[in-house]
Ligand binder design. Structure first.
Ligand code: FES
Length: 373
């Protein structure tokens, strides 16, 4: 009879046997809390990463090379992870795609962040983070990655910082020496805004199977405004065999919506794989109004418009409510409605039942309201 060796319980490591004893003396903490004081990367009760290098990709985009702690498990090319940053005494988290390939041999990962208008955390990461800083890190997540079985012919359609998951996949395919016939359409305002521009051009020069089409949407010499953005005619011209390809797309909502519509119209939706970093928003009635938001537990109140997520309203009012993905997936930000009315920005639906669960990252005030925060 054959047995599966991997199914056998593994013997505890020497370290875990030692800490099983030392934890007894460390109570009410754990040995890991003291180890963390020596080196935060050795802690086993939390996961942190040390900033090893910062590198400016463009005037407003920066790559951080991070060395994760011992709890890190490898990622798949295209996945993302949550990163935490303390700013002004508050703790913020955001999700960033890992832009490096899993094949790096130094156990480091990279994230590439673009400073966005009004983006508190992105500006902090791009302008303030220094080599040697430690940042709380989450484990890799997400199902936007290439299948193990090699896709026949991938087509990447990316824009701006949406290039990061595609870059991780391209780097991985090249590192594994299995780059298939690959087409890549990337949109950026100008040549100097192209994140990883030099590396992309070098890949295209070195790998004949990789066909890069850079579309510079603000460059006057690149044709009319309509010609510079995604359209059916442009797709036919740049990638005539798009119907035969597995598509991986990441970028602003307007581009992703246009792609969804186009592939749906062609009856090929199953071939389109999209990575979004914001929840899709429903149309909001033109007469929608915000209101006064009261946070019952903390006694804070703030006025809010009809579009700003309540999580952001709370943060702007100096609160530090729990949150994770900020796009309605993880439910970390859930709280209860104590009164009044809020709107779910994804569906446009109003919530006004007292006690209803409110996801503060995707709901906005719809008149005065009170939350259990
Ligand atoms: S922060 Fe993840 S659902 Fe709101």
């Amino acid at each position: 009879m054959q047995t599966d060796a991997s199914a056998q319980p593994r013997a505890p490591s020497l370290w875990s046997r030692v800490t099983a004893v030392t934890d007894y003396f460390a109570w009410p903490l754990r040995t890991s809390h003291y180890v963390e004081l020596v080196n935060p990367l050795w802690a086993s009760h939390s996961l942190q990463a040390r900033v090893e290098k910062v590198w400016d990709e463009t005037k407003d985009a920066r790559t951080l090379t991070l060395r994760p702690g011992v709890n890190w498990r490898g990622h798949r090319a295209g996945q993302h992870a949550r990163l935490g940053v303390p700013i002004g005494g508050m703790h913020y988290t955001r999700t960033y795609t890992i832009s490096s390939a899993p094949e790096r041999d130094d156990r480091c990962i990279t994230i590439t962040v673009k400073a966005i208008a009004g983006g508190r955390m992105s500006h902090h990461l791009v302008r303030q983070i220094k080599v040697g800083d430690y940042l709380p890190l989450g484990l890799p997540q997400g199902d936007f990655y290439l299948p193990d079985a090699q896709p026949v012919k991938p087509l990447f359609i990316t824009a701006g910082s949406g290039i990061t998951p595609a870059m991780s996949m391209l780097r991985a395919l090249i590192a594994q020496q299995r780059l298939p016939d690959t087409a890549h359409i990337h949109y950026a305002p100008h040549e100097f805004d192209v994140i990883f521009g030099n590396e992309l051009r070098a890949m295209a020069a070195q790998h004949p199977r990789y066909k890069l089409s850079l579309q510079l949407t603000q460059a006057i010499s690149a044709g009319s405004a309509a010609e510079r953005h995604f359209s059916a005619a442009q797709l036919d011209a740049l990638c005539p065999d798009w119907r035969e390809r597995e598509v991986y797309a990441c970028g602003p909502q307007s581009l992703l919506d246009a792609l969804e519509q186009h592939w749906q119209g062609a009856g090929l939706s199953r071939r389109l794989h999209i990575e979004r970093f914001r929840a899709t928003q429903a149309p909001i009635p033109p007469d929608a109004v915000g209101g006064l938001v009261r946070f019952g537990k903390s006694g804070v109140q703030a006025s809010a418009d009809h579009l700003t997520p309540l999580l952001r309203v709370a943060e702007d009012a100096g609160m530090n409510p729990p949150h994770g993905c900020r796009m309605g997936i993880c439910h970390t930000c859930n709280t209860r409605l104590l009164g009044g009315c809020v709107r779910d920005l994804r569906t446009g639906k109003l919530l006004n039942d007292v006690g209803a669960i409110v996801q503060t990252c995707v709901c906005a005030a719809a008149g005065d309201c009170e939350l259990d925060l």
